[in-house]
Each structure stands twice: as structure tokens, then as C-alpha cells.
Design a protein around this ligand. Sequence first.
Ligand SMILES: NC(=O)c1ccc[n+]([C@@H]2O[C@H](COP(=O)([O-])OP(=O)(O)OC[C@H]3O[C@@H](n4cnc5c(N)ncnc54)[C@H](O)[C@@H]3O)[C@@H](O)[C@H]2O)c1
Length: 341
Amino acid sequence: MGKLDGKVALVTGAGRGIGRAVAGLLADEGAAVVINDLGAGLGGDGQDESIALQAARAIDPSGERVVANTGSVSDYEAAGAMVQQAIDEFGRLDIVVNIAGILRDRMIYNMTEAEFDAVTAVHLTGTFNTCRHASVVMRRQGHGRIINFSSVSAWGSPGQPNYGAAKYGILGFTATLANSLGRSGVTANAILPFATTRMIDSTPRGRAIAEETGKPPSELAAGTEGDPANVAPMVAYLATDDAAGVNGHFFGVRGNTIALYSHWELAGVLRAERRWEPAEIADLFPETFGQTTTIPAPVQVPGEERPLKGAAALQADPASWEEFAPGVDLWLRQAYYGAKQ
Ligand SMILES: NC(=O)c1ccc[n+]([C@@H]2O[C@H](COP(=O)([O-])OP(=O)(O)OC[C@H]3O[C@@H](n4cnc5c(N)ncnc54)[C@H](O)[C@@H]3O)[C@@H](O)[C@H]2O)c1
């Protein structure tokens, strides 16, 4: 008995990388799966139908429960055809996982309009396209699970103004779906993943590893923290009936670590009885909001060149973790900073 027996899933960008791993686990858990992949180059160029077809055949050689779709998510009609294919082949659509993605990294002052548009078209418009079509089916069914892929690049990766904007847009879009479709039994959540795929091969660090080892990092990922298979269990969980009450959340997944992001929560408030003077804000800012913008405080760890920030700092501070279950540690902001912070 799988956790997803009887369910039908559409996974975009599932021919390679994280999408491939997610599609495989959903199928292992009993779902019938439409594997969508355009077979595009990393920058969105070209098209290769064999990528989706081979992934589908590898997961289900019989072709009965896993089928391929080679359309582009950035094409509204093609996205509609993916949803229709799920219904034609398997009779319903319970799960949509939007993973398809491309990169065209450049600093803002060098980026062309075409580079901005190409990236937002696949990530943000592509996510809208599949969700728009699927939402009609899911509302009618009174059941659905939407899982959209964002990225920590949304927090401000310097060379990715197109990608960061699209990935932040996906968070707002996901929150909107959660609030509008929740009453129809449809949940929407976002994943901010890390996995050593060809996307990582393309980074300066990835290229350096390739030079050192003679192999791109993606070829060395199996069994390491960066194994794309590590991202799949959280996606599969969100797709199950067990996660019916989990709606509108953003989860970071990296290796065996799952993080819950808090969002749209106030971090601090300054209230005055009169209109503010800019100079007054300048005076007060460093001692007030300026204190919270550096939380968690960077931690200098022996052997590390620079102080560690964020999740990396937490990892390095054993005192901030509680052993919650055998082999499972927990960090909660409330416990760490005190209930009132
Ligand atoms: N790898 C990471 O560490 C990381 C980090 C943050 C976010 N992400 C996000 O996770 C997702 C998967 O990334 P990955 O690293 O597995 O990338 P990948 O390049 O290995 O896979 C992406 C797949 O999407 C397909 N694709 C591209 N354009 C498409 C289109 N228009 N229609 C259909 N398919 C299309 C590609 O052919 C490719 O197979 C992406 O949305 C990415 O932005 C990845």
C-alpha cells in the first residue's frame, strides 16, 4: 500500500534533476504520473522529447501508470493539454508539482529584456498556466494538492534578478492559491529546495568542482546531501491526504533537513503619535529594526573564513538544537529567541 494509491499527479520539469526524483517517488507511493519535460537546455534553449520519454520509461517500463508529456509550461495551451492528458489517461488530477525551470543569470545592469522575460515565462507564468487549468479540475473534485518550486534566490541572489523575481512571485502566487482554493479542499505549498543538479553545475563553485574532480557535481550527487532524491519525500508528504491541513506554507528542503519559513509575520513595529521625520527614522533605525535585520546573529566558527549566517549558523551551534525523536533534531524560532520575540 502506497501513500498515494489511486492518486494522479502531473510533475513538470520531471525529465531530469529534482523533478525526476519527485516523479519517481510519487509513482513508488502508488500515484499515476504525467511526466512533463520540454527537454530544454539550462537556459531554456532547444527541445528534446527523449528526456521526458526516457524518464517515464525508466520509472514504469510498462507505460501503464507513468506517461510522458513534452510540452512547454510557458505555453498556456500546452499547459492545458498536460492537465487534459492526466484526465484522459487516468480519469482525474489530484497533484500538480511545478518544478520546470531554467536559468539566465546576469547582473541587473547587464540583463536584457529577453533574459528577464524568458525566465519569468517558465517559472512564474508556467506555474500560473498549469495551476490555472488544474484549479478548475481540482475545485470540481473537491480535492487537490499544488506544490510549487521556489528558491532561496528569492531572498536576493545578486546575479539573478529575473530568477529571484520569479521565485518570489511564486511564493505570493502560492499563498493566493492557498487562500482561494483551501475552502475547496485544495492545498498549495511551496518548496525552496537544494540539490546538486545541472543548475548547480553552472555556478562558479560547480565549475570549480568540475575542474578539480573532472566531473560535474551533479554526477557525484548520488548519496550525498545534494542528492535530488532528498527533496522528494517532503513533496510526497504534501501530496498525501495526511497533509490536508498544511496549506500556504513555504518549506526549505536540503539533504535530510526540512525547514519551515515564517512569512507575512511582523518582525517589529515603531509607532509614533505624529508623522515621522526622515532624520528621526535614521536616528532610531539602527537600534530598533536594525537589530532584527541581523537575526540570527552571524556566528564565527573556527576554520571558517567568514562568519556564518542563517541556517548555516544554526547548524554550527549545537546548543540551539533539541533532540526531538531518535535521530531527529528540532530548532524552533520561538524556543530559540523566547516566546515574545
Ligand atoms: N537545484 C537546486 O539546488 C535548486 C535550488 C533552488 C530552486 N531550484 C528549483 O528547482 C526546480 C528544479 O531544478 P533542477 O535543479 O532539478 O533543474 P534541472 O535543470 O535539472 O531540471 C529542470 C527541468 O525543467 C525542464 N524545463 C525547462 N523549461 C521547461 C519548460 N518550458 N517546460 C517544461 N519543462 C521545462 C528542463 O528540460 C529540465 O529537465 C527549478 O524550478 C529550480 O529553479 C533548484
